[in-house]
Design a protein around this ligand. Sequence first.
Ligand code: SF4
Length: 364
Amino acid sequence: MALDSARQLSPRALELPADIAPEEALAAAAYADRLDIRFSSFKDGRGFSLAAILRANGYDGSLRAVGPLLPDQKPALVRSGFDAVDADPRPGAPRAISGFAHAYQPDPGAPHARPTALHRRALAARKARAEALADALDGAAPETILARALKVYCGRIALLSSFGAEAALGLKLLAEADPATPVLFLETRRHFAQTLSYKDRLVAALGLTDVRVLEPDAQEEAREDADGKLYERDGEACCALRKVRPLARGLDDFDAVITGRKRYHGGSRGALKAVEFDGERVKINPLAFLSPDAVAARFKALDLPAHPLTQAGYASIGCWPCTAPAEGPGSREGRWAGEDREECGIFDPAKAARAERAGAVRLI
Ligand code: SF4
């Protein structure tokens, strides 16, 4: 991409000055997964309109505002179409920033806020791209799906792992493709000790370099689960406290998340696609089309270590209060046994459908 005023940040990432002509910015957008718009000062309004023009024309890559900006400007920048703000540190800035006793701009992320037209357009573009990818990757091999996703969502993608019975395969493929990709682990504080030691062993063996541990908020935990037995009284509330909300915070920096789900898990996963849009983010399922035999064969061929509990008959492994042994590879029968639940809220299809109907879109 040869533009005099553009600075190449990586093969598909460019930095553009805020005063670049819109048509040049649109030409750059056709080649870049990430555009950084550099503001000359926090008063520079050209960057705002440039972001709005790019989004209005369907650009759904990462759009970052960089330069001498103020934290208080973030809501307005997000409304214009930016999905991240990277303000330069500069002399005097801390005093100026601390001078704001409150945010005078309304927070577009507040529950009462309605999605703007720009956000709805960004949502539609993101959804259309995910659907096109799902069609292109239908039935594809895990390596193909993963490589394409890492390219399309470069710098905005993470893998979510429970370090359970089948997790090693997805982690191994990621380590081979790019071991620096962030891996998110939900530390519910209800894991089996064997899972935690298996996690440490796998991370070291595979050379994964960016594992992020997401924990429940300590104040929320003290307030909502003072006796530590919320899982007995209200499993969904326990999952919301220990999984759903920590994950929502951990995904703030990402547009796409790689999962280890497979069609043979059954239930709502029976029709899983390689790429899904859940109303907020894109979910990548590289292992969706594998059979239990194919997973077992790959474990053997790649000499992957088994989770210690698989030998004790655990086919799917989550928190200890909600996991029991189960028959058959990949069976989720032992999860929330005796309860009318098959998912914990993270992958709840009904929740995803509600988010999509509401037009929710999170641009970080
Ligand atoms: Fe709580 Fe069970 Fe959910 Fe773990 S799986 S967060 S223990 S309800």
